[in-house]
Design a protein around this ligand. Sequence first.
Ligand SMILES: [Zn+2]
Length: 238
Amino acid sequence: MPRYFCHEHPETLTVQTRVVDARPGAVALEQTPFFPGGGGQLADRGVLRWNGGEVAVIGFEPGDGRLWHRLAAPIEIAGGVEAVVDPAFRAMMTELHTGTHVLNALVYQQFQGALVTGAQLNDDGTARMDFDLPDADNDRLRALEPGINDLVRQDLPIRYTYVPLTEATAVPGLIRSRSVAPPPGDDGTIRIVEIVGLDRQACGGTHLASTARSRALKILKIDNKGRHNRRVKIGLHG
Ligand SMILES: [Zn+2]
């Protein structure tokens, strides 16, 4: 899990930067405000602008030690550019992602430390989380909705720390995914997201500064997708 500019500067959605490497239809930048996707959160969208030009950024891929920004046209650009994240899309992903943490916290607490087996955020304001919950009653899961919204209204602050991976794996629940531990950054640490008073877990995504900045959440659907995949679909209100 590399450290991204957006981790340290979540409010900075436009940066003036330079192309450090280019090929037709892709560039690597000296500095990038984009979240490139991961952990179920969709990659940012946005544009690059330069003297007289603008092109949409349509995806990201790591390669040659760089983060390549894939462009909507097979052009090769150089020099100074302005990199601009789509603010509405980032805001919605951040809000929804924060909601998945609140859901995840309650499932972990109320279902004996049940772990996550999958997560996917969607661009329509919904998300699904899969949990390892072989024996849980779906009505008990549906009944989490008022508790989720109560925690949202409490406006719990959200903050970050970095801990060595060996330390993180020693604390039960800090790595919430059943199958994968997030890779550490270059310094061997992983990023821990804390919803103060509620939950701590490793995550590299973007989150609100406090829970009440989110709209209310709905539990839309619960499906049994196999013994280790109880799928809970949530959505933002309105
Ligand atoms: Zn997260």
